[in-house]
Design a binder for this molecule. Sequence first.
Ligand code: DQA
Length: 146
Amino acid sequence: MAAIVLILNGPNLNRLGTREPDIYGTSTFADLVALCAAEAMALDMVADVRQSNDEAELIGWLHEAADSKTPVIINPAAFTHYSYALRDACALVEAPLIEVHLSNPAAREEFRQTSVISGVADGVIAGFGIDSYRLALQAVSRLTTA
Ligand code: DQA
């Protein structure tokens, strides 16, 4: 049976396509879901893609992943830069956890250059638009079939 990968997306990512397209591109959230589904299938995995603007809901989903030992790809969006609660929830996940970003936060405003999540992630992929998710799925596949 194909393994499930949980792909979590934080605040404002439901607005992809129209949100600052010069930074985040013109692909919509639906495009992102379709890309993840196709890439996961090619890697013999199933992508469970979710988005929430609510920190508590994201934390609940991370608890689910911790309990079920499910690998996680997470774009914490603005929570990346200050949510210790989200970081602590990510730290509970024992399966691989990859942090992804559409843009490259390291090349943007100073407040984006801190990630409180990276220290508890297995790795970070940033700056490749929605392709960051494709690369993250490939990383999860390698880490789980190694
Ligand atoms: C983001 C980068 C964050 O700084 C920002 O708050 C986002 C999106 C990205 O994918 O590039 O909402 O995580």
